[in-house]
Design a protein around this ligand. Structure first.
Ligand SMILES: C[S@@+](CC[C@H](N)C(=O)[O-])C[C@H]1O[C@@H](n2cnc3c(N)ncnc32)[C@H](O)[C@@H]1O
Length: 368
């Protein structure tokens, strides 16, 4: 049977046993034994359970074998998607895929084990940037950022398909931890031909990043000093932003939409614009508490952004990409261009902005 198994599986469930199957159900999970990732499969009979451990590299064959021999249903979970498989009564394989919206229930322990780049893997530029030491051990001060960028590439990896070439821009790249790990993972590990650009206002960080890129002969990684607002649109496949301040995220999304960028991965930050405008007379019960006003403004801002992306034909998801204790700015907007425009949404967007007496930068850039 021709079964496509996703990478990066966290767990899975086999159910609906075949006629004469000796097993009632089975569970699959990622575990760690002596520092090495393994998959454990637990097979349940009516009275007993049998646990077997498998090398990560062999798991696809084991999964396919179990599905062909004992079960008709299978669900496999990756950090971002759930893949469903069902063998019909006529023996036909039916598949589906949906978003994994239960990300927050995946334990930190599992996320740790599931990282694409394991601690101990030296990424030279990240040594220079103070995230890890020469042995690849992540330093305490760099730990939160390392988790964020590692998770970011997991999500990108889960979204992109067999890509031969990618042009990527990191808007508001700052010290460029994300830009360097992206380059390392896509070019050195996945062997995808890429051109990656980091753009930031600050000339000192841009100079330093360009020095690091040439020191490590990252020939297709360039850093440009500039304002996102003034960026000249070109053909770009992916844009990423990680904590680009306030309306910098809006300018980045604006360019992404104009460039018909295929993928957008954007973690917004400090949504001051609406926080400064929100009409406190109408929503006094919320806005009289500073922290609630701030959070409410952030949610409003990101709702408007996500819906505008849908308007322009992006299949859009808003997800928690790291735990709140890693960063309270932990929402990631993931969008993929499908050209299936949802223009009806405009009326509701207008109503939302009127309701709260607010302006929103991305809306203004595109609709005014
Ligand atoms: C909070 S830092 C995040 C840096 C980096 N992405 C990270 O996650 O470490 C935000 C960065 O966005 C840059 N930035 C803010 N507004 C910008 C704009 N309009 N154009 C270019 N860069 C901008 C800032 O200079 C700063 O380096």
């Amino acid at each position: 049977m021709d079964i496509l198994i996703p990478e990066n599986i966290i767990k899975g469930t086999f159910s609906v046993k075949k006629k004469d199957s000796k097993y009632e159900k089975a569970h699959l999970k990622l575990i760690e034994i002596n520092g090495v990732n393994k998959y454990q499969i637990s097979l349940y009979t009516e009275t007993q359970v049998f646990h077997n451990n498998y090398d990560v590299d062999n798991i696809n064959l084991v999964i396919i074998d179990l599905l062909e021999t004992y079960f008709n249903n299978l669900e496999l979970f990756t950090p971002t998607n759930v893949y469903g498989y069902r063998i019909s009564s006529k023996g036909k394989l039916l598949t589906n895929k949906r978003n994994n919206n239960t990300d927050f229930v995946i334990t930190a322990q599992n996320k740790e084990k599931n990282r694409l780049l394991k601690e101990g893997e030296v990424i030279p530029a990240l040594v220079d940037l103070g995230i890890m030491n020469n042995e690849g051990k992540v330093l305490k001060a760099g730990y939160d950022k390392y988790r964020q960028i590692n998770r970011f590439i997991e999500i990108i990896n889960d979204s992109i398909k067999d890509e031969k070439y990618l042009k990527i821009i990191d808007f508001g790249c700052g010290k460029s931890y994300l830009t360097f790990i992206l380059y390392h993972y896509l070019v050195n590990v996945k062997k995808i031909s890429c051109d990656i650009i980091g753009l930031d206002l600050k000339s000192d960080v841009i100079d330093n990043c360009n020095k690091l890129a040439s020191k490590y002969k990252y020939d297709h990684l360039k850093f440009l000093k500039g304002n996102i607002q003034d960026f000249k649109d070109e053909k770009v496949d992916i844009i990423v932003t990680l904590h680009a301040c306030d309306t910098a995220t809006d300018y980045a999304l604006y360019h992404a939409i104009n460039m018909k960028c295929r993928y957008i991965f954007s973690v917004p930050c400090c949504q001051h614009e609406i926080n400064n405008e929100l009409d406190s007379r109408s929503f006094h019960l919320i806005t009289k508490y500073g922290i609630l006003k701030e959070r409410f403004s952030s949610l409003l801002t990101d709702s408007i952004r996500a819906n505008i992306l849908e308007y322009y034909g992006y299949k859009t998801q808003v997800m928690e990409f790291v735990d709140f204790d890693n960063s309270p700015k932990n929402l990631l907007i993931r969008a993929q261009l499908t050209n299936n425009k949802n223009t009806k949404i405009k009326e509701e967007l207008d109503a939302l902005l009127n309701e709260y007496h607010i302006n929103q930068k991305l809306y203004d850039l595109l609709f005014k």
